[in-house]
Design a protein around this ligand. Structure first.
Ligand code: FES
Length: 317
């Protein structure tokens, strides 16, 4: 889709929210709570951002983007957009769907991880589903949507946690999860360390019936690529070409070096853009985006980080 930036709004320190719409005002493909869209900001610059849409919003997509100090170009490019600019956007996808039958929702946001959880909070509130939202941020000025969440509509559901020291976050999470009603489901989004901490605390919380999390931005270097230890071959089924993946290289690097275009963004196995169909061979999965079932099937792999357990992979490229 070619969508137009129709509004920009500074939400907090370094956080800009954008509204995107069809230039002719047409309805957009629907997006449920937890969904994200993919923006192609330049030829090789593709990024995914969670929507914070509310239920029933048919003509706009809303995203909020934090300017990252170690940006690899994505957040800088978004912050340079102006009202009226046209952006290429892939329709919404949802790898973080909300269970609308859950008895109670505990939504745990760290920093800009608030965006998908805000869409869930809006959805739950509209339907009358029981929920609580906990928002960890440095200060109120760093918390996107602070005034909206503090308003009377949400105030009774929302608790802010400002300036909690890193080594105290686990204890704070533990305290709030212990108060959750039995049968609650936990949804977490934020930096990887925040998600890891929440998952570890949640593991000993009997009240939770399910834990869901989403990370779009891996910390640099936190997910090592599956570099080949002894090398293997990759055959491209559509051209018949066979490429060698030597130790120290990833499949994606080899594909790019040989002029084979593959959509990619995070390069760290979290966004899912480079997922490729496997026709033969056994992948060694190192990503965080495929489900257990998809891994077991062996039919799909992320070529940016995953490797090969044998000598040959045949890919549907
Ligand atoms: S580029 Fe993101 S999962 Fe491979």
């Amino acid at each position: 889709m070619r969508l137009q930036v129709t509004a920009l709004h500074p939400e907090a320190i370094d956080i800009l929210s954008l509204t995107l719409a069809d230039p002719d005002g047409l309805a957009l493909p629907p997006a449920g709570p937890g969904a994200h869209i993919t923006l192609r900001l330049a030829e090789k610059l593709v990024r995914q951002y969670s929507l914070y849409n509310g239920p029933g919003e048919k003509r706009h997509y809303h995203i909020a983007v934090k300017r990252e100090a170690d940006s690899r170009g994505g957040s800088e490019a978004v912050h340079r957009l102006r009202v009226g600019d046209i952006v290429r956007v892939a329709p919404p996808d949802n790898k973080f769907p909300l269970d609308r039958s859950a008895r109670h929702l505990v939504l745990l946001a760290g920093g800009i991880g608030i965006t998908p959880l805000l869409s869930m909070a809006k959805d739950a509130r509209r339907r009358g589903q029981s929920f609580e939202l906990h928002y960890f941020a440095r200060t109120p000025q760093h918390a996107a949507f602070h005034d909206f969440l503090a308003s009377h509509v949400f105030a009774s559901h929302v608790q802010f946690h400002f300036g909690v020291e890193a080594d105290a976050v686990g204890a704070r999470m533990d305290a709030l999860l212990r108060g959750a009603p039995t049968g609650s489901q936990l949804y977490v989004c934020g930096p990887n360390a925040f998600i890891d901490r929440a998952r570890s605390v949640a593991a000993s919380c009997q009240a939770l019936s399910a834990v869901h999390w989403e990370s779009f931005t891996a910390e640099p270097g936190s997910r090592p690529a599956a570099e080949a230890t002894s090398g293997f071959a990759v055959r491209l089924a559509r051209t018949g070409k066979t490429l060698r993946v030597d130790p120290g290289k990833t499949i994606l690097q080899v594909l790019q070096e040989n002029g084979v275009a593959v959509d990619c963004s995070c390069m760290e196995g979290v966004c899912g853009l480079c997922i490729t169909r496997v026709l033969e061979g056994e992948p060694e999965h190192r990503d965080e985006v495929l489900s257990d079932e998809e891994r077991r099937s062996g039919d799909l792999m992320t070529v940016c980080v995953s490797g090969c357990k044998g000598d040959l992979l045949v890919l549907d490229i």
